[in-house]
Write a protein that binds this ligand. Structure first.
Ligand code: C5P
Length: 223
């Protein structure tokens, strides 16, 4: 039987990864956080002052980046050239630069290639912005997630605080989300857009369990 890909797209911080992880755990699928890949590339570019207006430099940098996922109890961990960077990629320096890096055609091309390889023969749940439109346009199940921007900012703010980051204010988080949503939906290379066949899931007033049930109802008939 062919492997199954569940594609989850949507705006920044609207609970994609929470749902994707819970779903993967329940189904015993592999969870892939595509945003973490763009974030890790951004971290590498920042550390090495890669000039993204110079295509040759971008191509060269990408050749020196090796990303790997280590799934521990369905918490997604990513390594950049062997170094665990899962926490660092969530901090503001990366959040403030990732939209620009992820809009780069050459970067996207390379990430999409790696993502498609991961979904070739395995059962996976992948979340991101272009999973249902570009990475796996034939995925049999696609969810498009959205939620009230204020609620999203509060959720992300709490998450940052729980990780010991007390420098970033709620307003800064809100501004960053608004900026990333705008950049993601208006960029030229695979902008964030709902695939025609994606099911909308607005989770403003839904608990994680209710979201999981919503998704399971749609995935289980395909198993
Ligand atoms: O999902 P997360 O918010 O961590 O993603 C960080 C950024 O990476 C997004 O704001 C977006 O610019 C980019 N991204 C993307 N395509 C994906 C996943 C993330 O462009 N599939």
């Amino acid at each position: 039987k062919k492997n199954l890909v569940v594609a989850i797209d949507g705006y920044s911080s609207c609970g994609k990864s929470t749902l994707a992880k819970a779903l993967a755990k329940k189904l015993a699928f592999i969870y892939v956080d595509s945003g973490a890949m763009y974030r890790a590339v951004t971290l590498f570019f920042l550390r090495n002052n890669v000039d993204i207006t110079d295509d040759a430099k971008v191509i060269d940098a990408l050749q020196h980046i090796e990303l790997n996922f280590h799934s521990r109890d369905y918490e997604s961990h990513i390594t950049l050239n062997g170094e665990e960077v899962s926490d660092e990629i969530r901090l503001m320096p990366v959040s403030e630069n990732v939209s620009e890096v992820s809009a780069h055609k050459i970067v996207r091309h390379e990430m999409v290639k790696q993502q498609q390889r991961m979904g070739k023969s395995k059962n996976i749940v992948m979340d991101g912005r272009d999973i249902g439109t570009t990475v796996f346009p034939d995925a049999p199940i696609k969810l498009f997630m959205t939620a009230d921007p204020k609620i999203r900012a509060e959720r992300r703010f709490k998450e940052l605080q729980s990780k010991g980051n007390d420098e970033t204010t709620l307003e800064e988080v809100f501004e960053n989300l608004a900026h990333r949503d705008y950049a993601d939906t208006t960029r030229k290379e695979s902008p964030l857009v709902r695939a025609d066949d994606a099911i909308i899931l607005d989770n403003t007033n839904l608990t994680p369990q209710e979201q999981l049930d919503f998704a399971l109802q749609r995935v289980e008939p395909l198993l």
